[in-house]
Design a protein around this ligand. Sequence first.
Ligand code: FMN
Length: 268
Amino acid sequence: MRIILSTGALPRLEDPGDFKRFAVALETRLTADLKAAVAPVADLDVDGAHIWVRPDAIRALSPLAGQAEWEAGFSEMMRFAAKHGWIDDQGRIRAHIETFEGQPAVDADVFRRAMRRFASGVCLVAAGEDEERRGLTVSAFSSVSADPPMVLVCINRSTSAHRKLTGSSYFSVNILGAGQQEIAMLFAGQRGLQGAARFDETWNSHRLGAPVLASALYSIVCASEANHVAGSHTIMIGRVVDATTNRHDGGPALINYDGAMGHSIRAA
Ligand SMILES: Cc1cc2nc3c(=O)[nH]c(=O)nc-3n(C[C@H](O)[C@H](O)[C@H](O)COP(=O)(O)O)c2cc1C
């Protein structure tokens, strides 16, 4: 198994079922600050010659942890390492460091241009009650699983609603219809209103506490299942517990495409 550490990504465990080799692979540009680079999984020797990996960190990274076969293999690897003096008095495992050249980063403008060509819907993601209500406009929304029903939204950590959304037990995803550009701009922070001031009487409070927009094509209410940090954003995964609509006409959707909102499609 190898722990892979690269810039801007969470640590990853490669080949978790291979107990014959053990190493930490580090992207070359991270070697400038070795101590900080390995900190999520390991500690550096005082002389900087070796790193000592915490077994808890390996367990947390292994999708196979807890399975009898994997646990047996891992214990055997630990025994083998102990016999060779590669386990210290705190139970940490000594690891080789390998380095690899990371992929050159894609040009940010090219990436942005590519993403603009992906047509998406537009929704308002909201949480909280009364003066604690917070919400923002989101296009990074996707269905994850049908059984159980799950969705995800990607929320920039620099947005004012991030803390409330990621700290709430329930949140809503309100899918906007064609013609709702104005409320989309309001919740994108483009109309000068912040916090609870963005919500008016067209919002109701769902019995689970999340605000739902009466004029949305659909309001999907989710129980917060997990938050994963990824780059500048938090991926919020929600288990869908309710979906309501007042728009049984199934009107056309608001679409975000090529930097503009308003292209719409009519539901079949
Ligand atoms: C069409 C559109 C789609 C957006 N999609 C997202 C998104 O998926 N995730 C996100 O974090 N921000 C997204 N934003 C930006 C946020 O709505 C905006 O940054 C946020 O409201 C910031 O303002 P605030 O910090 O004042 O709330 C989108 C904005 C627009 C206009």
